[in-house]
Design a protein around this ligand. Structure first.
Ligand code: VAH
Length: 310
């Protein structure tokens, strides 16, 4: 059995759909703090879980003895700045509860997402390497950095096979993002199709590392399938996708929707968050260790998003 915690989220929904497609619906238990209303999820096995309620979480481990656990529950960058203590508590205590129970119940493999948000203003901003100065200044960012340290610690001290990816901003059509700084790159498609215009909360030239959801899910499953001896990173792997600005994304959308107009808000708090992050990532380690290779570029992603959202 595979347990996906945070199944109602942007990544969790996609993971449940893909894992059920691969292992069968009954083998994948979706869970979240609220019941799911997503048409692709709601009919399969589901458990209500609050990752902060360790006893209730343990009861689910007891009941299902999951062989794999994917922990996607988290508060993202923008929301985390509005509720810093809640973000720290959910992101950290939730992870520690899962790591503890995974050791206790001998879970074979655990997946936990980190983010390019672990880098900060003094990290190199172009082709940011796997190892460098990391001074994240968002609660989300340093909760993910601390989480990476805990994951490596549980691997080294308890032999727990926990694996992680530093996701870029993720863009998909099946599920909506929530509370992130990169969400503009999803919202823009919905607004373009509905109103032929979009006001971006990030400025025109703000480059960020991004990735199409299909590539992010494939990277996750390829990492989880990789033989353990191949993995030299037990904190979290850099994962590079496409790097683009709101201006470049809107130009690509305009090729399909010629009348589309983008405008730019100013002094949105997410601008400062975006400017503390890398513009592009070096994922040489993922390429070397487990053969990572991106498939979707900006052109292919834009085509596929519009085709599926139309
Ligand atoms: C966020 N989507 O914006 C997340 C992600 C790299 C960005 O961590 O907070």
């Amino acid at each position: 059995k595979i347990l996906v915690i945070g199944a109602n989220g942007q990544i969790g929904t996609e993971l449940v759909v893909n894992l059920r497609g691969r292992f069968g619906e009954e083998a994948v238990i979706a869970s979240d703090i609220h019941a799911s209303d997503h048409h692709l999820i709601k009919d399969g096995p589901f458990e209500l879980i609050n990752v902060l309620d360790k006893n209730a979480l343990e009861a689910v481990f007891e009941k299902h003895s999951p062989t794999q656990v994917y922990l996607l529950a988290a508060i993202l960058s923008a929301t985390g700045e509005k509720h810093p203590k809640m973000a720290w508590d959910l992101n950290m205590t939730g992870l520690l509860n899962v790591l503890d129970l995974a050791v206790k119940y001998k879970t074979n493999k655990v997946f936990w997402p980190s983010s390019i948000a672990v880098f900060g203003p003094h990290s190199p901003r172009e082709n940011t390497p796997q190892f460098c100065i990391m001074d994240p200044n968002t609660v989300y960012g340093f909760s993910k950095l601390a989480g990476e340290r805990w994951c490596e610690y549980y691997y080294l001290k308890h032999g727990l096979d926990v694996r992680s990816l530093r996701y870029p901003g993720l863009i998909g059509w099946r599920s909506d993002p929530g509370g992130g700084t990169t969400d503009y790159a999803v919202n823009i498609f919905h607004e373009a199709l509905a109103h032929n215009k979009y006001e971006s909360f990030l400025s025109a030239g703000t480059a960020l590392p991004m990735m199409y959801m299909h590539d992010a899910i494939r990277a996750t499953l390829e990492l989880m399938d990789a033989p353990a001896y191949k993995l030299s990173i037990r904190s979290s792997y850099n994962l590079a996708g496409i790097s683009f600005t709101p201006e470049q994304l809107s130009a690509e959308i305009k090729k399909h929707l010629p009348g589309f107009e983008i405008t730019y808000a100013n002094n949105d708090p997410r601008q400062a968050i975006a400017e503390s992050w890398p513009k592009s990532i070096d994922d040489k380690k993922a390429q070397e260790d487990w053969g990572w290779k991106i498939k979707y570029d900006l052109v292919a992603m834009t085509e596929d998003m519009l085709a599926n959202l139309k």
